[in-house]
Design a protein around this ligand. Structure first.
Ligand code: SF4
Length: 449
């Protein structure tokens, strides 16, 4: 195991990472997210994605991950230099000498031997991945408020039909102003060389080296490539030990019967997104029918065919109104199906920043914080909740604390609140929704912005 004798993060870092270099990170060698629709990759979620050279792929499908850019960054890490794309980690480390950044957590999952091999081998070598998140395309029947056209064809339709969202001062990356055509380089029906390269690499090496494969989207279950891969596992039983995980919105259109049939005998973890209840969930995750989603979750739980089910909650300003009710709903599923049958994670949204919980005024933040605190207090000894779930909830409660996480820049807050109002006003018109009716707790504040 990577850690020995219950060593702390600091002890692990000193023993395994610091002796290599001051900037070494195993994710640069063994982890990747690859978007096959746009032909881009990154090492983890922090560095911006960069383009994969399509001309290299015909000869070498491993160039999907082993780009010239990553090879240069590996060399920098071997020499103790800091790749600029990894600024997220450097910022955290520069706050204090002993600060642990993600490069420790993203290295510790690999064996000491593999990390040593990565450090020693020439940076020009091609490396086989151990953990991979892959998106085949951006087809999706939802257009969630915190998503954008790069990840959803329904979002593309909104922008194509209604034009760009206007007057968003904080949307520096222009998420809501164009259709992000570069996210889908090849039309449907046209051979995508990135997808072809992935299947060739999968057949030659990846199915042996990969420990975990997570398919994301768009909505992966609307992509023929996802079904092709699940079918591979079914017809090649025992050939691969890769843990397969699939993200799905489990929306009304998802073919649950086909999924249950396809995963027969295949070990799969199913990840689904939601963070609120009923009409509020349908407002935030446009396209969702809450009852259909809940029924689909129960059908999958009933089947007992999944190794694990996971609800990923993207914590935004709107979901806090009914997050505790959703947690209660998940807890009831645990009571019925078992503590490990389904779990939840709370991931605090950072972008678009005008949808972050920090945009809320102090009194409403305190109100939501108190609501979550009382749910936490009532369930802290629940035999159905995992420690990691309670820890994440405690972190969110701390995050909502106006003293612990103050908004120091009043001017910036005013800009974000203006964007909040601008965005949801246009969202209501385009999606035939009504903010103040759906979120009465926020109505007075919203109307006054
Ligand atoms: S150094 Fe940090 S940002 Fe860079 S790949 Fe590792 S974890 Fe990600």
């Amino acid at each position: 195991m990577p850690r020995i004798n219950n060593e702390t993060d600091q002890e692990y870092k000193r023993r395994v990472i610091d002796i290599k270099s001051e900037s070494f990170c195993g994710a640069k060698w063994y982890n990747a997210t690859i978007w096959l629709g746009s032909g881009q990759t990154t090492s983890c979620h922090h560095p911006l994605p960069h383009a994969i050279d399509v001309t290299e792929l015909a000869q070498n499908p491993k160039a999907l991950h082993n780009t010239q850019r990553k090879k240069l960054e590996r060399e920098q890490m071997q020499d103790g230099e800091r790749p600029s794309g990894c600024e997220y980690c450097w910022k955290i480390e520069d706050i204090g000498r002993d600060n642990i950044s993600d490069r420790v957590y993203k290295s510790v999952i690999y064996s000491d031997e593999d990390l040593e091999l990565a450090y020693r081998r020439p940076s020009s070598d091609d490396v086989d991945l151990q953990t991979l998140e892959i998106a085949f395309d951006r087809t999706c029947q939802f257009a969630c408020s915190y998503c954008n056209p790069a990840f959803s064809t329904t979002w593309v339709k909104d922008i194509s039909k209604n034009g760009p969202y206007a007057k968003l001062a904080s949307d520096g990356r222009n998420h809501f102003t164009h259709t992000h055509d570069s996210s889908q380089l090849y039309k449907f029906g046209v051979v995508n060389p990135y997808v072809e390269a992935f299947h060739r690499w999968w057949e030659s090496d990846l199915h042996r080296t990969l420990k975990e494969l997570r398919i994301t989207g768009g909505e992966p279950l609307m992509s023929a490539e996802t079904w092709r891969l699940i079918e591979w596992f079914k017809t090649n039983k025992g050939k691969s030990t890769t843990r397969l995980a699939i993200n799905s919105n489990l929306g009304t259109d998802v073919d649950i019967s086909r999924l249950l049939d396809a995963v027969d005998g295949v070990e799969v973890d199913l990840y689904t997104s939601n963070e609120s209840m009923s009409l509020q969930a349908e407002y935030i995750r446009d396209g969702l029918v809450f009852d259909d989603w809940a029924n689909n979750v129960e059908r999958l739980l009933d089947s007992g065919k999944f190794r694990g089910m996971h609800v990923m909650c993207t914590i935004n300003a709107l979901c806090l109104d009914s997050l505790s009710s959703l947690l209660e709903c998940i807890q009831q599923w645990k009571v019925e199906y078992g503590k490990d049958a389904i779990n939840f994670s709370l991931n605090i949204l950072r972008f678009p920043s005008f949808q972050s919980p920090l945009v809320l005024p102090d009194d409403i933040r305190k109100h939501y914080q108190a609501d979550l605190q009382s749910w936490y207090d009532a369930n802290t000894t629940s035999p159905f909740l995992h420690k990691f779930e309670l820890d994440q909830l405690q972190r969110l409660i701390d995050y909502l604390d106006v003293v612990k996480t103050p908004h120091t820049d009043a001017a910036e807050l005013a800009v974000l609140q203006q964007d909040f109002k601008q965005f949801y006003t246009q969202y209501d018109q385009r999606r035939d929704k009504n903010f103040t009716e759906t979120f009465p707790t926020l109505a007075n504040w919203y109307n006054a912005i």
